[in-house]
Design a protein around this ligand. Structure first.
Ligand SMILES: NC(=O)c1ccc[n+]([C@@H]2O[C@H](COP(=O)([O-])OP(=O)(O)OC[C@H]3O[C@@H](n4cnc5c(N)ncnc54)[C@H](OP(=O)(O)O)[C@@H]3O)[C@@H](O)[C@H]2O)c1
Length: 311
């Protein structure tokens, strides 16, 4: 198959491109240096190519409080990026299935995290713009598919983890932050202080599991929105203990700062639709996923694990 991947230089994009190539696809992977998708003509050089699938991963965002402080820019950039890709699909690639990434943040926190609720209610305030641009991407796909008889698939990932995350100093998703704090505690004797009481529950999907399911869905589903989650969640305390086990650090030494705000008590995608669709349900055990991620961290020690005073 001929496959175009936007966001190919990102955390998910790099692994996805490897997986597509490994199964024999011809992959054109684009990062922002190859094609700045905020420009409406960015994909013109490839308008005469015929792609079977377009995986649209590009998004302008980061973890932590990035969305809170960049709502205006996020609106403009992500709307421009998505419009460029949607236009390219409709005008030049009507034969291609567009497979785009949504977000679990698009769901209203007070409603069930089930696919039919994706556009219902209000997303959480701190992620509002990012969430709304993902909703608009979905609306764009469904609208174009309806009018122009196109094929799409929107996948809603929960937080992904695994080796190969960014090492450029940007804010990290919570699990990478936990690993970094505990490794620094182990390597440099720094105190390990986690926010909250550790009881808040979170869900993580190992990147290989995500890609395994996404590739299958990409080939077998169309004109659908599917949550792609882990199917279970753990407390922050449980994640921390798992990391301590992998690192060899005494979990009793971790301090919990209960004065700090830690967000929702629990957040887990409903994966009943996914379970009904997939021919097999497989998930890398948390301990294995954490161990691989810790090993990757240690391999990137120079960039990721400087002591706090030198970082
Ligand atoms: N990671 C998660 O846990 C998670 C969870 C839910 C949803 N998602 C979604 O999954 C997708 C991939 O996530 P990720 O973690 O791999 O993201 P990421 O690591 O931040 O990568 C983002 C990608 O978007 C590209 N990009 C940003 N601005 C661009 C522009 N103006 N023109 C062209 N490309 C641009 C980046 O290119 P450069 O690096 O070359 O600038 C990069 O390849 C995103 O849509 C994200 O919203 C991710």
């Amino acid at each position: 198959m001929n496959v175009l991947v936007t966001g190919a230089t990102g955390f998910l994009g790099q692994s996805l491109c490897h997986a597509l190539q490994a199964r024999g696809d011809f992959v054109l992977g684009l990062g922002s240096r190859d094609a700045d998708l905020t420009r409406s003509d960015a994909l013109e050089p490839w308008s005469n190519r015929r792609f079977d699938q377009i995986w649209h991963l590009a998004a302008w965002t980061q973890a932590g409080d990035f969305c809170l402080y960049h709502p205006g820019e996020q609106w403009l950039k992500n709307q421009q990026i998505n419009t460029t890709v949607l236009t390219f699909w409709q005008r030049h690639q009507a034969q291609a299935k567009l497979i785009a990434m949504g977000t679990s943040c698009a769901y209203a926190p007070d409603r069930p995290l089930r696919e039919e609720e994706y556009l219902a209610g209000e997303p959480i305030d701190s992620l509002y713009t990012y969430a709304m641009t993902k909703r608009m991407l979905y609306v764009g796909m469904t609208s174009l598919a309806r009018q122009f008889d196109l094929r799409y698939l929107c996948l809603t990932p929960s937080t992904l983890y695994g080796p190969g995350y960014h090492t450029d100093g940007r804010q990290m998703h919570f699990i990478f932050d936990l690993i970094r704090k505990i490794l620094r505690g182990k390597l440099y004797g720094e105190p390990v202080v986690l926010w909250g009481d550790g009881q808040q529950q979170r869900e993580l999907v190992y990147i290989d599991d995500f890609i395994h399911d996404a590739l299958w869905l990409g080939d077998h589903r169309e004109n659908d929105l599917v949550n792609l989650g882990a199917g279970e969640q753990y407390s922050i305390r449980a994640f921390a203990e798992c990391i301590c086990e992998a690192v060899g650090y005494d979990a009793q030494r971790i301090q919990y700062d209960t004065t700090r705000y830690t967000g929702a008590k629990s957040k887990c995608l409903d994966v009943s639709k996914l379970r009904g669709l997939l021919p097999e349900w497989r998930r890398v055990p948390l301990s294995t996923g954490i161990q691989c991620t810790v090993d990757w961290f240690l391999g990137e020690r120079e960039r990721l694990l400087q002591p706090a005073r030198a970082a």
